[in-house]
Design a protein. Structure first.
Length: 374
């Protein structure tokens, strides 16, 4: 049995980057021999043998030779094998594409063999934003979409690629590459509508909704949930009637259902669904935080507090509007959470809730020095 370090781990070694994940290619052994050597191995592969051993993936060759095996992988920069003895087997274009920072499919049928690679390529560009997608990659992605292959992918797999993209150094590149290759349908159709629609009046925006969304996501790099909220925050603008442009009155409320639909389509967690909906609902209100009435601030802060989205929502506001109200919001939240109902006002259902809201608004009024509470 011989093991080769494969794919992204070899790429990172060649780029001088630290290794995060290690995958291995197994040669010179049958599946039975491998399991005998690693009795704890769990088989997870469907199309070809893949085993997990303590979280590390071991796969068996899909092609007749190792030279053909590297051509069966996704991108040339990921198509390298490193043997235990230092033997390096590379895709014919792999090292040159690494040197030139080029993203190119490993073969003409790489993406059609596994359409999920369309989203992996887009995800890769979020991590390595200094690379350039080659025309061959754009063509292959566009061809996979035109053949309807993207519809065949399981929703949760697409959702997983998106979530990993949100962890990248430039998360907006995920959408940018999908858009360039006409791959936003069917999974991100809301964003397809965002192209070529002005994000707002020229005094406030100089791009369309799509690029504004990608830019906000990039500003939120390092916080995956906030980046997801950046993706969702302006979805409602895609529903603005043409005769109302470039203004988008009411887009915040209109975007709530769109954010929910997108999260459900991608089988994302309930936390993602709620965060996307809160981003759409509150981002405009929070952007005017100092001017809000105390009662409105109570509603905003309590909704964000209970949904655990206060911090990422105010990061979104900073990325979207350049205003940072996070510290003030945190202080105000501490103030209203300290307010308690008198025993006689408790356990009265909606009346108790309204009384507590009123007391909290009055408390904020005092902190503000007399601003109107309602």
């Amino acid at each position: 049995m011989k093991l080769y370090l494969a794919g992204g781990a070899v790429r990172d070694l060649l780029l001088g980057k630290p290794l995060h994940d290690r995958d291995y290619l197994v040669t010179g052994a049958t599946r039975e021999e491998f399991v005998k050597t690693f009795p704890q191995a769990q088989e997870v592969g469907r199309a070809f043998p893949v085993f997990l051993v303590d979280g590390v993936e071991f796969s068996f060759p899909r092609a007749g030779s190792l030279e053909e095996e590297v051509k069966a992988r996704d991108l040339t920069v990921n198509a390298q094998l490193l043997g235990e003895d230092g033997e390096l087997i590379c895709h014919p274009q792999g090292l040159e594409d690494l040197r030139k920072r080029i993203l190119r499919p490993a073969s003409s049928h790489s993406l059609s063999d596994d359409p999920l690679r369309v989203f992996r390529a887009a995800r890769f560009w979020t991590r390595f934003s200094d690379f350039t997608p080659h025309g061959e990659l754009i063509y292959a992605m566009r061809d996979a979409s035109a053949q309807g292959l993207l519809k065949t992918i399981a929703a949760d797999r697409v959702g997983q690629e998106l979530q990993r993209s949100l962890e990248g150094a430039k998360p907006g590149n995920f959408l940018r590459l999908l858009a360039e290759a006409d791959c936003l349908d069917p999974w991100f159709s809301e964003l397809k509508m965002a192209r070529n629609i002005p994000a707002g009046p020229p005094a406030y925006h100089d791009s369309d909704i799509f690029e504004h969304t990608c830019t906000v996501m990039d500003r939120l790099a390092g916080d995956p949930m906030a980046a997801w909220m950046g993706l969702c925050h302006d979805l409602g603008k895609t529903l603005t009637p043409h005769d109302k442009l470039p203004r988008h009155h009411g887009h915040d409320l209109a975007g709530v259902a769109l954010a929910e639909t997108l999260a459900l389509r991608l089988r994302l967690s309930n936390g993602h669904k709620v965060a996307g909906m809160k981003a759409a609902r509150w981002h405009m209100t929070a952007a005017s935080y100092p001017a809000l009435r105390p009662s409105t601030r109570v509603d905003l802060l309590m909704d964000l507090h209970l949904s655990r989205t206060l911090e990422p929502l105010f990061r979104l506001v900073r990325a979207d509007h350049g205003e940072d109200f996070a510290d003030r919001a945190e202080r105000d939240l501490a103030v209203i959470l300290a307010v308690r109902l008198a025993p006689k006002d408790r356990n009265q259902g909606a009346a108790s809730g309204e009384k507590l809201r009123s007391l909290r608004a009055m408390k904020l009024k005092k902190v503000d020095g007399g601003a109107t509470p309602f």
